[in-house]
Design a protein around this ligand. Sequence first.
Ligand SMILES: C[S@@+](CC[C@H](N)C(=O)[O-])C[C@H]1O[C@@H](n2cnc3c(N)ncnc32)[C@H](O)[C@@H]1O
Length: 224
Amino acid sequence: MEPTEHDIASLFDVISGQYDLLNHILSGYTDVRWRRRVVRLSMSQQVKTILDVSTGTGDMALAYKHANDALSVYGVDISREMLKKAGLKNAALPLINASGLSLPFRDNTFDLVSCAFGIRNIYPRENGLKEFFRVVRPHGRVAILEFSMPRGLFGRVYKVYFEKILPLLGNLISRTKAYTYLKSSVEAFPDPGTFCRMLASAGFKNIKTTNLTRGIATIYTGEK
Ligand SMILES: C[S@@+](CC[C@H](N)C(=O)[O-])C[C@H]1O[C@@H](n2cnc3c(N)ncnc32)[C@H](O)[C@@H]1O
């Protein structure tokens, strides 16, 4: 059964204190490089306003600000505690406690909507993607970073780390079951081909995928 928004918000509220550290430890700081790659792939001269959905502790939103401080970047998340951590990193970042399923913005507002490791938690995912589409302006962009499961020999080795070591370490350090949820939510997430079709159904065109670290994560970009 899919968790409710309330369950997910509570889970992230609880792990908010250890979230960044665990991200960096469990990914060997690769998460930082992945977000920078999202910035490079999605930025253009036309992008001036960005909405980062599921912004959490703000690292995706701040990666855009680090690339260009003149950008107007907004962050949205359902977890108040995660947003508090984001606010401590940059007090000037506009942060809104709202759901990706019901964004408090007018149609066609942003040049770009980004979402890093967030769409996996938004149910129903199709409705989230439609909502992203609604708030992007015509010819604007979407950039989504999400875990994927690598294939082949590397995939088999990674599976052992991802299914056994990561939940064990993550749960131990966070003293929660959050990293068991991470494992099951990644395994339940559609493969890149299926997710591209979902983006197309939401209305996006020119959808492209970029494999990161042999397929551990994938960046999806598209246009309205
Ligand atoms: C894995 S964290 C990712 C945080 C950040 N984007 C990053 O790159 O580290 C997922 C975030 O999605 C948020 N989230 C989950 N469901 C959401 C929803 N329906 N609407 C908005 N945010 C949501 C969670 O509260 C959490 O902060």
